[in-house]
Design a protein around this ligand. Structure first.
Ligand SMILES: O=c1ccn([C@@H]2O[C@H](COP(=O)(O)OP(=O)(O)O[C@H]3O[C@H](CO)[C@@H](O)[C@H](O)[C@H]3O)[C@@H](O)[C@H]2O)c(=O)[nH]1
Ligand SMILES: O=C(O)[C@H](O)COP(=O)(O)O
Length: 337
């Protein structure tokens, strides 16, 4: 994989933008040795038996066995009902079931929960996150994301971005750099309205990103799909946009969710944005209970779920389908480590 998705945005625009090939593996190995930092790859995975083995195997061969850029590969099995645990273990990852990590803290469904739980079972000073459902990707994603973190101390969080093959071919003339449906219809509009400092991010919802442990452990973490946007908003507020960098990783393709499931993702993202109105301090106690829940006691901001009603045709009638979308946030892990 040698091409890059795009040339960098205009000079002076934040965040700082790089291309994965800006650093050679030798550069990064030297920077890692000089810094003494340990690096963990964390792969949250729910029912990804079809793809998680390939993700773990290729990264292990390239970045643990061929060179020692990664100190560990940890898969957090997020309540899978398929063979994700066994496949990831056979591929050479250290695998933890999310619900079994610090069980006294309780367990919630969701990707953000798996990532928050990873803080209790990993040793890296830097955590690199990668989705388990990738089908068009390459191992250079990991060194690409590490480049800014290993070479620029002021950078705390690095987002990946990429071309998405097979998208962006509509009459609107969009390019392959359009995001997914939630990115374009929820995340970017919210960023434009409320968080314009993040508008320079090409793929704000990318699942491939990296963060310093101490920063991630200081953040409130939504248990579901809002983990990415929440981390960006909170990092920007706590440390400024200069603490965020992005790296062009080339191409990426993944499995797509059904539109109605993406509606639930959108609810989670909008709930996390709402909680951040007024500042990070509004997060204190926001739905962060570990079991059960007492929405009445904590009011709107303490709600643990939102009832989402969608509609399906049903034999000539319209059938409403309701789901309760969890909007829980975990408190900063630093207080629990
Ligand atoms: O309850 C869950 C759901 C998902 N995952 C894993 O999280 C990753 C991404 O999940 P996916 O359902 O494929 O997300 P997308 O629909 O692709 O959503 C995109 O947008 C989300 C919102 O920002 C990001 O969290 C995702 O990483 C990003 O790929 C995969 O490895 C999943 O197995 C979990 O671990 N637990
Ligand atoms: O990033 C997104 O917006 C969601 O993951 C949806 O992506 P998709 O529209 O490519 O499935």
């Amino acid at each position: 994989m040698t091409h890059s998705a795009a040339s960098a945005p205009a000079a002076g625009s934040a965040p700082a933008t790089y291309v994965w090939a800006d650093w050679s593996l030798d550069d990064l190995l030297a920077a890692k040795a000089a810094s003494g930092l340990r690096v963990s790859l964390v792969v949250p995975a729910r029912n990804e038996a079809a793809t998680v083995g390939d993700v773990v195997t290729r990264v292990r061969e390239a970045l643990v066995e061929t060179v020692a850029l990664l100190d560990e590969i940890v898969v957090i099995d997020s309540d899978s009902t398929d063979a994700t645990y066994e496949v990831a273990t056979d591929a050479g990852a250290v695998v933890h079931r999310s619900a079994e990590v610090r069980p006294e803290l309780g367990s919630h469904p969701g990707k953000g929960e798996a990532m928050w739980k990873s803080l209790f079972v990993t040793t890296g000073d830097v955590l690199v996150f990668m989705d388990a459902d990738l089908v068009d990707w390459d191992t250079h994603f990991v060194p690409g994301l590490l480049g800014p973190l290993l070479t620029r101390p002021e950078v705390g969080l690095v987002k990946g971005f990429y071309e998405r093959p097979g998208t962006g071919e509509g009459p609107e003339g969009l390019g392959a750099l359009d995001g997914g449906r939630v990115t374009e219809l929820v995340a970017r509009p919210v960023i434009a309205l409320e968080h314009p400092a993040l508008a320079g991010l090409v793929q704000p919802l990318a699942g491939e990103w990296a963060i310093r442990r101490e920063l991630f452990a200081s953040l409130s973490v939504p248990t579901g799909y809002a983990v990415e946007l929440a981390a960006l908003i909170d990092t920007c507020r706590l440390r400024g946009a200069g603490a965020i960098a992005q790296v062009d990783l080339g191409r990426r393709a993944h499995r797509h969710q059904a539109l109605l499931d993406l509606g639930a993702m959108a609810v989670q993202i909008l709930a996390a944005v709402e909680r951040r109105r007024g500042g990070v301090e509004t997060l204190a106690g926001a739905g962060s209970s570990t079991t059960g829940g007492d929405a009445a006691e904590s009011g709107r901001r303490g709600e643990e779920s939102v009832r989402l009603r969608q509609y399906r045709p049903d034999g000539g009638r319209i059938s409403p389908v309701e789901r309760d979308v969890p909007i829980i946030e975990r408190p900063p892990a630093k207080d629990l480590l």
